[in-house]
Design a protein around this ligand. Structure first.
Ligand SMILES: C[S@@+](CC[C@H](N)C(=O)[O-])C[C@H]1O[C@@H](n2cnc3c(N)ncnc32)[C@H](O)[C@@H]1O
Length: 312
């Protein structure tokens, strides 16, 4: 598995520079993946800094643990959802994230291209798509048991898929004959439901596969429910950096940053302002995007956006 694990960390230097790493402080990598960001942070916080890194994928943890072994006990890895960060810090009696926290959202290259994980229509495998292989819900469950209306909503919202209704209706019809078991069966079904467009360079199943992955891993809710909590734990001047790939993720980050950096969020009918003091200074007024050189080397980086803020 190790040999296959090629993941180019997107905007590695931009994201880690944004944390302004210093020795002696506590940093968190909320999405460890292949350990690209974590290695860079670990190098920069020696001799006495600490890094806590989180991932739900035990394969990713195995690979990253080997890469990070040289940093000894300055790095601690947790197999946990990043939504559990506040609880895990509390259990350890840690009150503040003194350095900063970074999120690099979505799936890793390894997950997307690894045959047996069921993320990709280019590899025939069982419909799975779980980041956490111990998680309960799989792509098979979504495809075979969700109501048609929910499939339409997911394909529309998370995939921005024009032909959501047609695809959902085709899926529902098919699964009445026989359950849809594999990535290839699903991809063929999607192709048969949408009109052919030779000018369209992306595979017709791309958007639906992305939408199902977001649903299986509850990606947007995890982000929404976590940002506020971890920002409250940042110490004065500590930083938060978030790399997102999906416009809905970026919208969530932008909205939370804006809300927490405003002096007042009162509505038009509030007579007395009781807003708490603002928590954040936004450091990137506009999101940072990958350089042309990086996009050439690693085309998926073209949709990445990095937003950075610092605790007031
Ligand atoms: C894009 S990769 C991170 C790559 C990493 N920055 C690097 O340099 O190698 C995203 C990782 O986040 C993990 N992940 C996604 N959602 C998560 C969550 N809610 N909690 C913990 N890990 C999560 C995925 O399993 C995946 O390994």
């Amino acid at each position: 598995m190790n040999e296959e694990f090629k993941h180019y960390p997107v905007m590695l230097h931009e994201a880690v520079d944004a944390l302004d790493c210093k020795p002696g402080l506590l940093y968190i990598d909320a999405t460890l993946g292949g350990g690209g960001y974590s290695c860079e942070i670990a190098k920069r916080i020696q001799p006495d800094g600490k890094l806590f890194a989180f991932d739900v994928d035990r394969n990713a943890i195995e690979v990253a643990s080997a890469r990070l072994a040289e940093f000894g006990d300055s790095v601690t890895i947790f197999k946990a959802n990043y939504s559990e960060i506040p609880k895990i810090l509390e259990e350890r009696g840690i009150e503040k994230i003194t350095g900063g926290i970074v999120f690099d959202l979505g799936a890793s290259y390894y997950q997307l291209t690894s045959g047996e994980r069921g993320f990709s229509f280019s590899h025939e495998s069982k419909l799975d798509m779980r980041f956490d292989m111990d998680g309960e819900k799989t792509a098979y469950d979504v495809v075979n048991f969700y109501h048609e209306a929910d499939l339409v909503r997911i394909f529309q919202e998370y995939g921005e898929e024009r032909y959501s209704r047609r695809i959902a209706s085709r899926i529902v019809k098919k699964r009445q004959e026989k359950k849809i078991e594999t990535t290839k069966e699903l991809a063929d079904l999607i192709c048969s439901a949408v009109p052919r467009n030779p000018r369209n360079k992306i595979h017709p199943a791309t958007r639906v596969f992305q939408a199902i992955r977001i649903e299986v891993n509850d990606e947007l809710n995890n982000l929404e429910n976590t940002l506020n909590g971890v920002i409250s734990l940042l110490d004065k001047s500590a930083r938060i950096a978030v790399v997102s790939f999906h416009s809905l993720e970026d919208k969530i980050v932008k909205r939370v940053f804006k809300y927490l950096s405003s002096d007042c969020n009162c509505g038009p009918y509030d007579l007395i302002c009781s807003c708490p003091p603002r928590k954040l200074d936004i450091i990137t007024k506009k999101p940072i995007i990958a350089s042309e050189g990086e996009i050439k080397q690693n085309p998926p980086s073209r949709s990445a956006k990095l937003r950075v803020a610092g605790r007031v």
